[in-house]
Ligand binder design. Structure first.
Ligand code: MG
Length: 203
């Protein structure tokens, strides 16, 4: 399986990092070795001193697709969850300055904690899914799928023009504003429509 992540999909987050609003979706990959499951702890990597959280809605792909038309895109995912696009912000800033890929900043081991998935059918309106992230019991990020620049359908359709989607692939759909650093001992908890689906302790 593969993990595809959308960057720059919420205007407020684009502003907080001083990035331009993209004219097309921007995406990048994380390897499957970056997955962190079952609420296991994340060990602060030695190669960064500015590890950031980015909470994001994740779509789980349920069938193979290529060149998917927007109107059919919703049939290609059947579960929705939350994940953390953990980012070594210092390494990413260096890479951006040199116009180099973000792979080491976003694709390292444990850079993709994911939570429990919920069947898509349980969401009445996919254009209005709220989520938030608590850091040590204080809410630091709040988002709603209705605020995304590119919708779930737009994202699936766009990615599939370039890359075949397969069953089990995960798509991180971008983070809202409020990203920030973690330190050892912090606890991150992510909530989807008020339901806690992910916990991650930084060790
Ligand atoms: Mg992200």
């Amino acid at each position: 399986m593969k993990i595809i992540c959308i960057g720059r999909n919420y205007v407020e987050h684009i502003r907080e990092l001083n990035n331009p609003v993209p004219s097309e979706p921007v995406f990048f990959l994380k390897p499957d070795s970056s997955l962190l499951i079952r609420n296991r702890p994340l060990y602060y990597p030695s190669f960064t001193s500015d590890l950031h959280y980015e909470v994001e809605i994740i779509l789980k792909i349920c069938k193979v697709g290529k060149h998917i038309q927007n109107e059919f895109a919703h049939t290609y995912f059947d579960e929705i969850g939350l994940g953390l696009d953990m980012t070594a912000r210092d390494l990413q800033e260096t890479a951006k300055k040199k116009s180099l890929p973000w792979t080491i900043a976003k694709g390292f081991d444990q850079a993709a904690p994911i939570g429990r998935f919920i069947p898509k059918s349980r969401f009445a309106d996919q254009g209005n899914i709220s989520f938030h992230l608590d850091l040590n019991k204080k809410t630091v990020q709040k988002g709603n799928s209705g605020h995304m620049i590119y919708s779930f359908d737009d994202i699936i359709s766009y990615i599939s023009q370039f890359i075949t989607l397969r069953t089990g692939d995960l798509i991180f759909t971008g983070t809202p504003s409020g990203v920030g650093p973690v330190k050892i001992g912090d606890i991150l908890e992510a909530y989807l429509e008020g339901e806690k689906v992910l916990k991650c302790e930084i060790k």
